[in-house]
Design a protein around this ligand. Structure first.
Ligand SMILES: Nc1ncnc2c1ncn2[C@@H]1O[C@H](COP(=O)(O)OP(=O)(O)OP(=O)(O)O)[C@@H](O)[C@H]1O
Length: 617
């Protein structure tokens, strides 16, 4: 119960703005309960004066009043119930937006540690479970409490001694509900967790469909789904059984009570101490009294089920973003594009070792700095510090000499553009995918960016041109074409600083070559930090930095570092076998005009023969 109170206190503030509607709903509930009480009393009147006496003239008065009360009750009930549904859905909308806003600010490692499907389940099922507690729960409890009080008062007014005799049932109902709530709560928690796991399996299997089909993993995925579905089934059946057992127990108790009332009533009538109308009205009040008492008893059950959802949402909401906007930000200025790291060290939360150690370097306006190193050396981590996905644990990262934590995040990311390793596609047309670099850009600007990115020709050749719809995971464009769309997006952004994370990764030699020229155009005149294994771009760089196990071990031009014969020379030597092929492709491209021939083929084992076969078909 303490947990439920805590969960309630956490989410109740989100009803701000709707509380007057909640009051109105409760008002409607009270009027409805009053109308119901009045109609039962009118029914008693009709029984005693019209039915028993067989008098039609005694019928019209109470019948008219009953109809009036019924119509009023119906109108108010309709208004209250519609308002309640509207308020509940608004709450769900607001809570989901709140959680989504929070999740969107989470650092990259959060998404590596939470399964996507589980996050989806939290944003859907768990959000609704909390609504059951906070909005429907409050309305339900208040209305049940009011109804119970009215019907109990009416029963007491009719025959207080009979009423008291039947009220002994209430504590029995409440105690039973308490006993059941533990069982239902644990089943609800298991069900919510299983729901998250189930969504994750479906999401992961569909996301990996190529791997699943190519490696005949369909049976394994089906087995995984079956395992999670069975866990869900077990929890859900366990919960349903406990609820059903409780319901049926209450049902039997109520029957016992009604029988007792009829027995006592028959005896009272035989002694002439009660009229038939009064007995029927009394039985009706009891009949009306049980559902609200039952729902008050069941409130604990709803609360425990909702608490399970609240726990899962709290876990997400309590995760703190790695970085936040400064309380007192530096005023924006026209950025020149000098980025620097000063003794920066960084360890991912929960990791055993530093991913970057004491890294210092500066990239001046217009410079191209290439960062290379073995896999896992810490290159991508460097890009995360430059974009301020994380702050370093020691040292500082600066833009034009200003520490990044002093800048508004939006301003920083307007001025430092990232071209990430994976080509990211938004749900929208090709035009919208480019325009998101600078919302509000004109069609002419979008087309100019596409031309500069060598993307205009293949976009125009698409059946719907710039209006071709794209979506994450769809294969309308090849990897190289998508990369050029991403370059066009970055062109449009026109940020003074660019961070390119492996811009040619995952592309075959020909596709890689097709993005080199657009990349050169993109980086011209901007400060560029290019993270890459592809050392063919190194001679173009003003400086090459070599990272090894999180440390900056070498810095200099391509020629200087080769002459030094150190880490860079070793990396260059390791990359050497690919060089002649790339050179051949480059040379061939001068003779054979490069045209887009549809999606790039998958990389061959040596990453080269596919490219060659496309140049010399
Ligand atoms: N979320 C994370 N939590 C813990 N450790 C991480 C996380 N992300 C990366 N690391 C670790 O940090 C180190 C540097 O990783 P990083 O991705 O920066 O390497 P990289 O040089 O870009 O590698 P690659 O060239 O393969 O992309 C690695 O040892 C990696 O295991």
């Amino acid at each position: 119960m303490r947990k439920a109170r805590k969960a309630f206190a956490r989410f109740w503030p989100l009803t701000r703005g709707d509380r007057r509607w909640l009051l109105l709903i409760i008002g409607c509930v009270v009027v409805s309960a009053l109308a119901e009480t009045a109609s039962i009393l009118l029914f008693a009147d009709l029984t005693d004066h019209a039915l028993k006496a067989g008098s039609l003239s005694a019928f019209w008065g109470p019948a008219g009043a009953w109809l009036g009360v019924a119509v009023l009750g119906a109108l108010v009930g309709y208004l209250g119930n519609s308002l309640a549904a509207w308020t509940a859905e608004r709450f769900v909308l607001r809570l989901r937006a709140h959680v989504f806003r929070h999740v969107q600010r989470m650092p990259p490692h959060f998404f590596q540690r939470h399964r996507r499907g589980d996050l989806v389940a939290r944003l859907t099922g768990d959000v609704e479970a909390i609504e059951q507690m906070v909005v429907s729960g409050v309305v339900g409890t208040v209305s049940a409490a009011f109804s119970a009080v009215f019907y109990a008062a009416a029963a007491l007014w009719l025959r207080w001694d009979l009423a008291l005799a039947t009220f002994v049932l209430a504590p029995v109902l409440l105690l039973t509900a308490r006993r059941f709530s533990g069982r239902i709560s644990s089943a609800a928690r298991d069900e919510r967790t299983a729901d998250g796991a189930l969504t994750s399996v479906v999401e992961e299997a569909l996301g990996n469909i190529v791997l699943t089909q190519a490696y005949n993993r369909r049976r394994d995925e089906e087995r995984r789904l079956d395992r999670e579905a069975r866990a869900w089934l077990r929890a859900s059946v366990r919960g349903a059984r406990a609820s059903e057992l409780y319901e049926q127990f209450v049902e039997v108790m109520e029957t016992l009570c009604v029988l007792a009332v009829i027995g006592l009533g028959a005896w009272e009538i035989s002694q002439d101490r009660m009229s038939l109308g009064d007995l029927l009205a009394f039985a009706a009040f009891l009949g009306y009294l049980y559902p609200p008492v039952r729902s008050l008893g069941g409130l604990g059950l709803t609360l425990t089920a909702a608490t399970a959802g609240a726990d899962r949402l709290r876990e997400v909401l309590d995760a703190r973003p790695a970085v936040t906007d400064p309380a007192d930000p530096v005023a924006p200025w026209p950025v020149r594009g000098r980025v620097s790291l000063h003794g920066a060290s960084f360890r991912y939360p929960g990791a055993a070792a530093d991913s970057l150690r004491d890294v210092t370097f500066t990239a001046g306006p217009g410079e191209l700095v290439l960062v290379t190193g073995a896999s896992g050396a810490g290159k991508s981590t460097l890009s995360k510090l430059l974009l301020r996905f994380y702050d370093p644990d020691a040292g500082a990262v600066r833009l034009d000499g200003v520490p990044l934590p002093d800048l508004p995040l939006d301003f920083l990311r307007e001025n430092v553009a990232l071209l990430p390793q994976e080509t990211l596609v938004l749900h929208g047309t090709v035009r919208e995918n480019i325009a998101c670099g600078r919302p509000g850009a004109s069609d002419a600007e979008i087309e100019r960016a596409a031309r500069d990115a060598a993307a205009h020709d293949f976009i125009s050749a698409l059946p719907e041109g710039y209006d071709t719809p794209l979506a994450p995971g769809t294969a309308v464009l090849s990897g190289g074409q998508l990369q050029r769309v991403a370059i066009a997006r970055a062109m449009l952004r026109a940020a003074p600083v660019l961070v390119l994370d492996e811009p040619t990764a995952g592309l075959d030699a020909l596709a890689a070559r097709q993005v080199v020229r657009p990349l050169r155009r993109l980086t011209a005149g901007r400060t560029t930090v290019m993270i890459t294994h592809d050392l063919h771009l190194a001679p173009d760089a003003d400086r090459v930095l070599v990272v090894e196990e999180g440390r900056l071990v070498e810095s200099g031009t391509h020629a200087e570092l080769l002459a030094r014969g150190g880490a860079y020379a070793r990396l260059h030597g390791a990359a050497a076998p690919a060089a002649p092929v790339a050179a051949v492709v480059e040379a061939a491209a001068v003779v054979v005009p490069i045209v887009d021939r549809g999606p790039a083929p998958a990389l061959t084992s040596d990453g080269t023969s596919a490219a060659l076969s496309r140049v010399w078909p």
